[in-house]
Each structure stands twice: as structure tokens, then as C-alpha cells.
Design a protein around this ligand. Structure first.
Ligand code: IMP
Ligand code: MG
Length: 178
């Protein structure tokens, strides 16, 4: 039998640690939005695993929509070079919206996204990200809720990919060119 996919990668955040932090985030979000219906907008594909875990711990009236982005050329999402490959299915006008992201890196993706979403006039717009790499930021973007602040390493697993691989791993691992 061949080796498990990703078994050569070093674990940065194990599944239990992630699960505990996701519950804490859900409790905080539930308290902050108490009594208000919340629309979650998950950014595909990276945020799908995080969103699936988070939503099941929210003690709120929640609806879910997804938006998919692709970059032109390389995968750095340079601002202006992002396009929406799957738009929202339902309007967010007048709603409390919480964008769910896998990782906040340079900030270019969310800066673009914020402009697009604000044009639809939500009542409020906030961001929850599982991971934050503040040392890489080139745009003035901050998340309202952060799962883990991590150093400048490339990670995969728990929804995040390297070349579309490793999204199914239950933990977050460090990917290094070998
Ligand atoms: P930003 O525009 O640089 O903030 O890019 C954020 C996006 O880049 C994320 O939603 C991910 O899709 C991708 N990304 C950034 N860092 C990593 C990483 O370490 N692993 C996997 N994807 C990453
Ligand atoms: Mg992403």
C-alpha cells in the first residue's frame, strides 16, 4: 500500500485544536449576533470545511451562500486580477453578512471581495477567517474573527490546498518544496 497522502507534511494545527477553536469562534459569533438572522458567505473552495464545522455550532438563525473566485494567471489574487466564477445565489441587501474565509494572506482577495459585496448594500459585513498570516499583508485588511494567527509558511489541509491537493486532510499541515 502506498503512503497516506500528506503524511510527509508537518502538522501545524491538529484536528482537536482546530475543533476547539472553531467552537470558541462559534460561541463568540453567536453572542455577537444574538437575535439577528445571519447570512454566511463561504468563499470556495478553501473555506468549505471550516464553514461546515462552524455553522453546526452557531446558535443563530443562519442561512448559507457561496461565492467562488478564480485568479487570472498565477494564484496570488493580485487586486483587479480576480474574477467571480460562481456568484451568490441570493441577494445580501439589508442582511447581516459574515464572510467565511480559509486564510487571510496578502489581503488582496478580501479587499476585492469587500468592494463587490458592499455594492450589494448589506446591513453589515464582517469577516471570519480560520487562519491569518499578518506578516504577508500588503493591503489594509483585518478580519473580525481569527481562528489562528500563523507564521509565513504555506499550509494545506482542512480545506486548504496545494495545487488542489490535501483539502481532505483533517488538520492543517506545512507544505514545503522538497
Ligand atoms: P490573499 O489575497 O493573499 O489574502 O489570498 C488569500 C487566498 O490565497 C486564500 O483564500 C487561499 O486560497 C490562498 N492562500 C494564501 N495562503 C495560502 C496557504 O498557505 N495555503 C493555501 N492557500 C493559501
Ligand atoms: Mg481561498
Amino acid at each position: 500500500m502506498s503512503e497516506q497522502p500528506g503524511s510527509n507534511l508537518e502538522v501545524l494545527l491538529d484536528a482537536e485544536t482546530i475543533a476547539g477553536r472553531v467552537r470558541e469562534l462559534a460561541a463568540q459569533i453567536s453572542a455577537d449576533y444574538r437575535g439577528r438572522p445571519l447570512r454566511l458567505v463561504g468563499i470556495l473552495k478553501g473555506a468549505w470545511v471550516f464553514l461546515a464545522d462552524l455553522v453546526r455550532h452557531l446558535d443563530l438563525e443562519v442561512t448559507v451562500d457561496f461565492l467562488s473566485l478564480a485568479s487570472y494567471g498565477n494564484n496570488s489574487y493580485a487586486s483587479g486580477a480576480v474574477r467571480i466564477t460562481k456568484d451568490l445565489d441570493q441577494t445580501i441587501e439589508g442582511l447581516d453578512v459574515l464572510v467565511v474565509e480559509d486564510i487571510l494572506d496578502t489581503g488582496q482577495t478580501f479587499e476585492y471581495l469587500r468592494g463587490v459585496l458592499e455594492a450589494h448594500k448589506p446591513k453589515s459585513l464582517k469577516l471570519v477567517t480560520l487562519l491569518d498570516k499578518p506578516s504577508r499583508r500588503v493591503r489594509p485588511v483585518r478580519a473580525d474573527y481569527v481562528g489562528f494567527t500563523i507564521p509565513d509558511v504555506f499550509v494545506a489541509g482542512y480545506g486548504l490546498d496545494y495545487a488542489q491537493q490535501y483539502r481532505h486532510l483533517p488538520d492543517v499541515r506545512i507544505w514545503r518544496a522538497t
